[in-house]
Design a binder for this molecule. Sequence first.
Ligand code: FE2
Ligand code: FE2
Length: 169
Amino acid sequence: MGLFTKDSKTMDDLLLHTLQDIYYAENQIVKSLPKLIEKATNRDLTQGLRSHLEETKNQITRLDQTFKKLGKSPEGTRCPAMDGLIEEADNLAGDVEDKDVLDAAIIGAAQAVEHYEIARYGTVIAWAQELGHDDIVRFLTTNLNEEKAADSKLNSIALRKGVNRKAAS
Ligand SMILES: [Fe+2]
Ligand SMILES: [Fe+2]
């Protein structure tokens, strides 16, 4: 379902639709992260991705609780944006031969996913606050903070842990 279909009549519909979008995205991430973890060689990177995979599973549980609070059953709706980001990551992982360059590529692809998640969670938190759904803001904010932390960890692996430098040399 597209964001601007006629099914989204009210702000509450829009919130629900976007939560379903995120729910789908998180589930796709759980399916696809193991492939990237397998391809990555830098130890900080594989560990970072592995721990974010576990975090992502907990995020899905928080989304389950979010739907429950809204009196809805957890359900995903296809998110072409996340499908595209994951497809790009998979293609990249298949195309880059040099292992060091591949690590840098994986970090870039993973950060694109994190930025998408940060955008989405930021939006649903603002909408939930506006609609007075304070009971779900807590769950969503925890997820948002994990995405931000994952993004800055990837940054530090690329920069301070020397992945980019190795890839460029
Ligand atoms: Fe996530
Ligand atoms: Fe994430």
